[in-house]
Design a binder for this molecule. Structure first.
Ligand code: ADP
Ligand code: F6P
Length: 321
């Protein structure tokens, strides 16, 4: 390996910059040149490459977002787009690439591997929906952002004796909603994986009121069966004792300076990704397995479903009483 590329793709996540920095500095220490590809697969197709030396990645460790920017690109999903991408990599003399992103982005990485182009993936997504790693880059920071919001909303909820419906991100995965529900002391959590009926949500809030609580919180995942507005409308017609307010946290969850956990995770993953490329391992994603770094075939990552342990649902239920 003489020259490698690194890109961020799909939804951004806090810690992506820390991973880019680790990739660049690990490669540089081995006399390997690094090129950053701007805007994910869109930049790849457009030939938007820039040389990254150690200096270009100075001062980014603590920054949210991604200095390489990110994008979604439909053309790259087609064999024609992938061929064009490969051509661009060859034109720039790139010998291997690190792709930092979510499920979709890792699928794109797999397509390059299948064309015999060396590629290693790093899981970056706040949703924690990627199979093959205990945690993805950005999850911990997003969780901390949500908890900060829940704590603040609880202050005002308690002062006014109100119930708050809080929407957490997660189109297909309820990890953020469930964990923030447990750690933020919610009365009930609704996730895409575990549908909760409107009556159950109303009942949980009503129970809290009856038990004499000064506030109540329901965390609703973005992809839950009943959307937050629907829950709110239902509660207007079926009062639960508390006056109800609704807060959609939205993209604030994707920004911010990465937590210590995310900086460490991203840094370790960046280092290992380069080491794997150098040792000739391609078509794998770097993962966190217990306390160790591991590698898992991208073939598995893109087909297997990461499930939330049943014990967390139980925990949420028991601890909300
Ligand atoms: P994320 O990586 O966060 O899951 P997306 O699912 O939007 O985000 O995927 C990001 C990009 O990865 C897509 O816009 C596309 O360019 C590429 N991609 C997604 N799925 C595939 C696929 N099956 N084959 C090739 N590229 C893909
Ligand atoms: O990064 C994952 C995610 O945050 C999902 O939870 C959410 O549904 C989606 O991205 C929204 O992404 P965007 O607004 O960039 O399309």
């Amino acid at each position: 390996m003489r020259r490698i590329a690194v890109m961020t793709s799909g939804g951004d996540a806090p810690g992506m910059n820390a991973a880019i920095r680790a990739v660049v500095r690990t490669a540089t220490a081995r006399d390997i040149e690094v090129y950053g590809i701007r805007r994910g697969y869109t930049g790849l197709l457009a030939g938007d490459f820039e040389r990254l030396s150690n200096r270009e990645v100075s001062g980014i460790l603590q920054r949210g977002g991604t200095i390489l920017q990110t994008a979604r690109n439909d053309e790259f999903k087609t064999p024609r787009g992938q061929k064009r991408g490969l051509r661009r990599l060859n034109e720039h003399g790139i010998d291997g690439m690190v792709v930092i992103g979510g499920d979709g982005s890792l699928n794109g990485a797999l397509s390059l591997h299948k064309s015999e182009f060396p590629v290693v993936g790093i899981p970056g997504s706040i949703d924690n929906d990627i199979w093959g790693t205990n945690m993805s880059i950005g999850v911990d920071t997003a969780l901390n952002t949500i908890l900060d919001a829940i704590d603040k909303l609880r202050d005002t909820a308690s002062s006014h004796e109100r119930a708050f419906l809080i929407e957490a991100m997660g189109r297909n995965c309820g990890y953020l909603a469930l964990m923030s529900g447990i750690l933020g002391g919610a009365e009930i959590v609704s996730t895409p994986e575990r549908p909760v009926e409107l009556e159950e949500i109303a009942q949980a809030l009503d129970d809290a009121y009856t038990r004499g609580k000064s506030h109540a919180i329901a965390v609703i995942a973005e992809g839950a069966q009943h959307k937050i507005q629907e829950v709110s409308s239902y509660l207007e017609k079926h009062p639960c004792g508390f006056e109800v307010r609704l807060t959609i946290l939205g993209h604030v969850q994707r920004g911010g300076s990465p937590s210590a956990f995310d900086r460490l995770l991203a840094t370790r993953m960046g280092v290992v990704a380069v080491e794997e490329l150098v040792s000739g391992n391609s078509g794998v994603m770097v993962g966190l397995d217990g306390r160790q770094m591991s590698t898992v075939p991208l073939e598995e990552v893109v087909v297997k479903q990461r499930n939330i342990s049943e014990s967390y649902y139980k925990m949420a239920e028991v601890l909300s009483r």
